[in-house]
Design a protein around this ligand. Structure first.
Ligand SMILES: Cc1ncc(COP(=O)(O)O)c(C=O)c1O
Length: 437
């Protein structure tokens, strides 16, 4: 079996030796991850992603899906964005990941590009190979800067699964590996300033870490003035403010960084996912001069062979440049208006079922009245050629994340498919309720 797209040579599927999709699923259970593989089969999404391009994924069966999961914005610029592919392909004739101990052209250039487009408080960049590692770097940096150990996050936060990051998130993931440390990682409810101040009052918190809009919790929007007040509390009680922009950065809110819409200059900002254009893993931590002390005290303080890999930096330079283009910004504003209007129309048809829309640019959460409503919608969307995922920490909410460069005709097709799927899922939910009555 071979497939090709454009002028590219066909991929040689002989690299693998699978006779069928069923065989891949069986072997994935046997050799890879039985829990995950079974979960998706049970959820009615037996997807084995094969070819991918633009905003399309193709299952091994050939079924085409419009991708509005985008792995949290990793594919904001589309799958295999041709400009990013070209930049890396050319770079591979000359570079590899590089040697992380030395200064490098690509690492320095991406750091400069990030700092010149970031909030003015940020002056230096530290690299990781993925979001979790970058969050760990941010937390280590906060601890070094303040010489305090505690990190405050919100209940149902999600900052990744690495050593320190996992402690800031939901018990489901930290307890599994005996990594819950409530003494070092207290959590307070989102949008609750009193609870936050109560924790900060002891002045023993190194940093508050906040997703600008908590993604895995289903994108609940911060109350007006909430993030601004959190930043003020941080200043009052000598804690740093870490903005996790892994899902909200890179123009998804219609601004390069969601946090700037709140007029906040964070002490530390973390970006990942989309910065690689989905082509080469990389993540970046932008820090203020005050927080950059350890880079001078011991520049080898954080070592990561793949952190700041040069091919990743080249992907990052191109992705950042595309995100910063005025036409990309206009497109995001157009698409978010178009999709917001379409969603409100669908919602008006099913007010008892499709109960809310959380939206900031193309960061969107759809609320349903059943506690697991988003799983029903996800299944119907899949059948109807759209891939969108439920929110892990609140499955009543569907994450809906259209691409920055989505073309109007595809956006229209997408909304037609969403309208049908939302209606079908409502029937499914009522059917289940009737059967169990
Ligand atoms: C807001 C946020 N921060 C951090 C991470 C961790 O990133 P990674 O999965 O690349 O480790 C994620 C991943 O989904 C995320 O959504």
């Amino acid at each position: 079996m071979t497939t090709s797209s454009g002028d590219a040579p066909a991929f040689d599927y002989g690299t693998f030796s699978f006779g069928s999709k069923e065989e891949v699923l069986e072997k994935a259970k046997e050799y890879w991850n039985p829990g995950k593989t079974q979960f998706w089969s049970d959820a009615g999404v037996p997807l084995v992603i094969d070819r991918r391009e633009e905003y399309f994924l193709y299952d091994m069966s050939g079924k085409r899906l419009i991708d509005v999961h985008l792995n949290g914005g990793t594919y904001s610029l589309g799958h295999r964005n041709p400009e990013v592919v070209q930049a890396i392909t050319l770079a591979m004739q000359h570079f590899d990941i590089g040697n992380h101990h030395f200064p490098a052209l690509a690492r320095t250039a991406l750091a400069e590009a990030l700092i010149t487009t970031a909030p003015a408080s940020l002056t230096k960049v530290i690299y990781g190979s993925g979001g979790g590692e970058a969050i760990d770097i941010a937390l280590k940096t906060a601890r070094h800067t303040t010489q305090k150990r505690k990190i405050l996050s919100i209940v149902k936060a999600y900052h990744g699964h690495t050593g320190l990051a996992v402690g800031t998130g939901d018990d489901r993931f930290s307890k599994l590996f005996l990594s819950d440390r409530p003494d070092e990682f207290p959590h307070v409810p989102f949008n609750d300033l009193e609870a936050m101040e109560a924790e900060l009052r002891g002045r023993d918190i190194a940093a508050v870490i906040m997703e600008t809009i908590p993604a895995t919790y289903g994108f609940p929007l911060p109350n007006p003035g909430y993030l601004e007040a959190v930043k003020k509390l941080c200043e009052q009680y000598d804690a740093l403010y870490i903005a996790d922009e892994v899902q909200t950065g890179l123009m998804r809110t219609g601004e390069l960084w969601g946090i700037t819409k709140h007029g906040i200059e964070p002490d530390i900002l973390v970006t990942g996912k989309g910065i690689s254009g989905g082509m080469y893993p990389i993540a970046c931590v932008l820090v203020s001069e005050r927080c950059a002390g350890w880079l001078t005290e011991d520049g080898f303080g954080h070592i990561s062979t793949f952190g700041g890999a040069e091919l990743g930096c080249i992907a990052g330079l191109k992705s950042l440049e595309i995100c910063n283009r005025p036409e990309t910004r206009s497109m995001v504003h157009y698409i978010s208006d178009f999709i917001g209007t379409g969603l409100r129309e669908i919602q008006a048809t099913y007010p008892d079922w499709f109960t809310g829309i959380r939206q900031n640019g193309v960061v969107i959460g759809l609320e349903f009245s059943h506690p697991e409503g988003a799983k029903f919608v996800m299944k119907r969307l899949y059948e109807n050629g759209v891939w969108a995922i439920f929110s892990t920490l609140d499955p009543s909410v569907l994450q809906f994340k259209p691409g920055l460069l989505l073309k109007p005709d595809l956006a229209e097709e997408l909304m037609d498919r969403v309208a049908v799927s939302v209606g079908q899922a409502w029937n499914d939910v009522r059917g289940v309720a009737r059967r169990s009555a």
